[in-house]
Ligand binder design. Structure first.
Ligand SMILES: N[C@@H](Cc1c[nH]c[nH+]1)C(=O)O
Length: 374
């Protein structure tokens, strides 16, 4: 029997590592005051494709239901949680979740995420909590150092605003900026403005580096009040992170949003060992406008597959093998209780005992069962 492209079975240690990442995330978030939330894996497509969210239907796993409406497998936790919370009380809330998201445009199709969503919190507080929680969690699972990258939607958007682009052209420019294709950014911008403006926008491609480069850009963008405010905000956040012992912090001032609902700060975490993106998140206040609300909302999702691949399986438990037969099975079950905090595996005579720390055999001597160590 075969599986559809992208689907895969999982077993043994890779599954153990994934579960261990998820269990630890549950612990870390519970101890930081988060409450768990879960939403159904099947949703209406319109929850994700409406004008406020604007995710692409072509990237979703979808079908028509009996009424002719399009249903999808959850492509995104953040949007689903916003839908679920739209009728909730308007007070500060911190939610934690774990489960699959499905992306038809990605080779693996099903991805496991763990994440948090924080709403109705003061901006800086919510944003720093996302990043501090992520850092604390990465430390807990021992995946090594992580580099945090900070970006903000406003810088690029305030420069592009003046260009008056069609939706199609705006997307072309966003993609070129995202791929850091400087020449293409310049050409698209030039066809809608003058050389000076096009150069300014193209230069944004290079506006990334260590947090210290912000000072340079403060000087460069002196006249731009709103952009200066944004830079100040990034600096404040970076200071909190550094004072809390975070590792390297980078900024990408030309970063464009990778999800249509971001408005404000965006961040990513890269594992220093492999360079892989292990978390990604940002502010998405505007997503709640579909419910007629103006609130503060920020969150982060961590990639379980990336993290699980880094976790070194540590066998914390001693492995005990008890060899029994049909007659001694019930007795073996009772013997199991005499080993606390051990993996106790009842096996038959034919077992290969390699890999066990201790092996016991249940023998019948003079009509009575006895446990004998091998
Ligand atoms: N849902 C986002 C992560 C995120 C959580 N909250 C805000 N952003 C993602 O899948 O990348």
């Amino acid at each position: 029997m075969f599986l559809p492209a992208g689907s895969k079975d999982e077993m043994g240690s890779s599954l153990n590592n994934r579960f261990s990442v998820m269990e630890k995330f549950r612990n870390v978030t519970t101890l930081r005051g988060y409450k768990p939330i879960s939403t159904p894996v099947i949703e209406y497509a319109s929850t994700f494709t409406n004008e406020f969210i604007d995710m692409k239907l072509q990237d979703m796993m979808k079908w028509f239901n009996g009424e002719g409406e399009i249903e999808v497998l959850r492509p995104d936790w953040t949007t689903a949680i916003a839908r679920a919370l739209s009728s909730q009380e308007k007070k500060p809330q911190k939610w934690t979740y774990q489960g699959s998201v499905f992306k038809r445009n990605m080779p693996g199709v099903e991805y496991h995420q763990i994440g948090v969503e924080i709403i109705h919190y003061p901006e800086l507080m919510g944003e720093s909590e996302c990043l501090l929680m992520a850092q604390a969690f990465l430390k807990e699972i021992g995946v090594g150092a992580c580099v945090i990258e900070l970006g903000h939607t406003e810088i690029y958007e305030s420069l592009v605003e003046e260009l008056q682009l069609s939706k199609f052209e705006a997307e072309r420019l966003r993609q070129a900026m995202h791929d850091k294709k400087k020449d293409e950014v310049y050409q698209i911008a030039l066809s809608h403005s003058n050389k000076e403006k096009a150069y300014e926008l193209a230069s944004l491609v290079d506006a990334f580096g260590p947090i210290e480069i912000i000072d340079e850009y403060e000087e460069k963008w002196k006249g731009r009040e709103n952009v200066l405010g944004t830079l100040q905000h990034i600096k404040k956040l970076a200071k909190i992170l550094m004072e809390s012992g975070s590792g390297e912090i980078l900024v990408d001032l030309g970063r464009v949003k990778n999800l249509p609902y971001y408005s404000g700060l965006m961040f990513r975490g890269f594992l220093q060992s492999s360079g892989a993106v292990c978390f990604s998140g940002g502010r998405y206040d505007r997503l709640y406008e579909q419910f007629g609300e103006s609130i503060s909302a920020v969150g982060v999702a961590l990639d379980v597959e990336v993290l699980a691949a880094q976790v070194i399986e540590t066998d914390l438990f001693e492995r005990i093998c008890i060899i029994a037969n049909e007659e001694s099975l019930a007795y073996a079950e009772n013997v199991r209780h005499s080993f606390q905090n051990c993996i106790v595996d009842v096996q038959s005579e034919s077992v290969n005992v390699k890999g066990y720390n201790r092996v016991y055999e249940i023998k019948k001597l003079n009509g009575k069962f006895e446990v004998i160590e091998r």
